[in-house]
Design a protein around this ligand. Structure first.
Ligand code: FEO
Ligand code: CA
Ligand code: CA
Ligand code: CA
Length: 605
């Protein structure tokens, strides 16, 4: 076979078999600990978690609900002391509250305020544990909760826009909070970017809007037409479009948090456009500017890139962080167009095209730069606030749900998870194309994109599908050309990250093969390119988020274990506390056994 004598470092472990266990399952020779759970203390004075006696005041000080993107920022050369930063994407009230306390038709004001406090982000200090191994959270001056009540500064070209003004913020420059923060990225200057994703579900009554231009904008973002599921509009009019028409325009941005400064005001960067951002990740261009890649996670949405006007400065001091953060406020926003190189009749056949790959060329189409619009009939302000409509007008390529997009720090290529698209090829919907070659795409694909000269400022690129996911026994799957009888099945890629050797790590959400979601590694170069292996699985119903891959530590955020339960009266998971407990989304650390994990390297024998 093709298996070399020494497997690729970083991916040399015995893969975990697909399973449906109510557990986090890891390879032989590895150990794990639960780092922090929903409701655990974050800031001083936080009470102990009490499922039956929750309050908004307690949740404001505790780890939020549904941890998603996770960053681990080292504070020393060995990575012993770290800042752990995490998104809390959304709430599921039927699981959060005891069934005898929660009436979905009539939530109490306190329950709604608990949900506001359970959204946002957390920052905690976390130390490698010298006794038990793994990672543990400690009290520190950095520990902080950011919620729907935290004030954010709006920056960039849409700050002060008429589309962002509300009765509470007549200047359009200050927003209370962030919501539906999904994935994200760590900037080269040590801050965290986070994507506001499915923001539409929190708003009510857009159907009352009669002006056709305004109505089309709400519709394009699927802002709630009638009463919302959570009924927040009963307790704060900002969630009611008929009373506060611009509040929904104040969400759907990339936000930036500076975890090094617990007193810093978080930022919404309007230059990166308003969409259902999965996250954003940065690459430095050949001439020292900042390129940020971001996906819009909905069926038939687009892939975007932003390139700054100014240049990046090295260093981590406060004034340098401020300079670099401001790079995200003045630049050019682009959207991607993909062209395949195989004849149309070879696409959608359930097989690879005759040239052996789904591949081709592409271009980044500019939408706006600073105050200048490149889109007919739209001002720059409108391009930034209603970015989806701008992308529609320039002929961008409709994708299969662009999730995490991230540059590989070793080979410089850009990798994007396209998670699935049940509507591809359905009646009245866009059909297959070489970049989205399967009808009713259940399993998703991973895109590899190489910009001209490897430069993040380039506007042309080549691309190929690196993985066409799903059961490797099926003819319509492709694992980078590696023999498919050796790989772990992967389905619904969601988040991507890289180890220090440039191996790609992928976490999944919604595994369509029927087994639990997990975390996978795959080399992108050498004889094992495409050799997908499963590093861990998460409990039934959970999504694998985070992830963080260090040389001696892996972190995953286990989100919504037991998600399909009808209510908390019938939990479908008891992870992580066991017994008859309610499931709690938690962060898990995994390391190699022995020496507290500080010596043993992940994926090395
Ligand atoms: Fe919140 Fe697109 O995943
Ligand atoms: Ca081709
Ligand atoms: Ca996601
Ligand atoms: Ca990522």
């Amino acid at each position: 076979g093709r298996r070399p004598e020494r497997p690729i470092p970083g991916t040399d472990y015995d893969p975990v078999a697909p399973n449906k266990l109510d557990a986090v399952t890891i390879p032989q020779g590895y150990d794990q600990n639960v780092v922090i759970r929903w409701g655990d203390p974050v800031v001083a004075g936080a009470p102990k978690f009490d499922f039956r006696n929750q309050t908004a005041a307690a949740q404001e000080k505790q780890w939020g609900y549904n941890n998603d993107f996770t960053a681990l920022i080292p504070q020393d050369a060995l990575g012993i002391r770290n800042l752990l930063v995490c998104n809390h994407e959304y709430t599921t009230e039927l699981h959060m509250f005891p069934a005898d306390q929660y009436d979905p038709k009539n939530p109490t004001e306190e329950q709604v305020k608990i949900a506001w406090a359970a959204h946002g982000l957390s920052v905690v200090q976390a130390l490698r544990d010298p006794v038990r191994g793994g990672l543990k959270v400690v009290p520190s001056k950095y520990n902080r909760r950011i919620t729907l009540n935290t004030v954010f500064e709006v920056r960039g070209p849409a700050a002060g826009s008429k589309y962002l003004k509300t009765s509470v913020d007549p200047e359009g420059r200050w927003v209370h909070g962030t919501q539906n923060n999904c994935s994200g990225g760590v900037t080269p200057w040590g801050t965290v970017l986070s994507g506001e994703e499915n923001i539409h579900q929190y708003f009510a009554n857009s159907a009352t809007v009669t002006d056709p231009v305004a109505a089309a904008r709400y519709k394009r973002y699927a802002i709630g037409a009638g009463e919302s599921t959570r009924k927040w509009e009963r307790f704060d009019k900002r969630w009611d479009v008929s009373k506060e028409p611009n509040e929904s325009n104040r969400f759907g941005w990339i936000v930036e948090i500076d975890p090094n400064d617990p007193n810093s005001t978080p930022i919404k960067h309007t230059a990166l456009g308003r969409l259902k951002h999965e996250g954003a990740n940065i690459k430095i261009t050949e001439d020292g500017r900042v390129a940020a890649y971001t996906g819009d996670d909905e069926r038939f949405e687009y892939l975007y890139k932003y390139v700054s006007k100014g240049k990046f400065k090295k260093g981590t001091g406060a004034h340098i962080r401020r300079h670099n953060s401001a790079l995200l406020d003045d630049g050019t926003l682009y959207v991607a167009k993909f062209t395949g190189d195989s004849p149309a009749e070879e696409i959608g056949t359930g097989k690879l095209p005759a040239d052996g790959e789904f591949d081709g060329v592409g271009e980044w189409i500019p939408l706006a730069a600073g105050d200048k619009s490149f889109v007919d009939g739209m001002t720059a302000e409108e391009v930034y606030v209603f970015t989806r409509q701008a992308a529609d007008k320039v002929g961008a390529t409709k994708m299969d749900r662009p999730e995490d997009v991230e540059p590989n720090p070793v080979n410089g290529r850009i990798y994007a998870a396209l998670t699935n698209n049940s509507d591809r090829g359905a009646a009245g919907k866009p059909g297959v194309s070489e970049v989205a070659p399967r009808k009713a795409n259940k399993n998703g694909q991973v895109l590899e994109l190489e910009e001209n000269c490897g430069d993040g400022a380039a506007t042309r690129f080549t691309w190929r599908l690196f993985l066409v996911c799903g059961d490797p026994k099926e003819a319509d799957t492709y694992y980078g050309g590696y023999p498919k009888d050796k790989v772990s099945p992967i389905s619904c890629p969601d988040n991507v990250t890289f180890d220090s050797r440039g191996n790609l790590w992928i976490s999944t959400d919604g595994n369509a093969t029927g087994n639990n979601d997990g975390l996978f590694s795959v080399p992108v170069a050498g004889p094992e390119r495409g050799f997908v292996k499963q590093f861990l699985t998460v409990p039934a119903g959970a999504e694998t988020c985070g992830p963080v891959v260090r040389d001696n530590l892996v972190l995953v955020a286990v989100q919504h274990p037991g998600e399909d339960a009808p209510s908390s009266a019938e939990p479908q998971s008891h992870w992580p506390d066991g017994g008859t407990s309610q499931p709690r989304a938690s962060i898990v650390a995994v390391w190699k056994k022995g020496h507290f994990g500080l010596v043993g390297r992940i994926g090395e024998r």
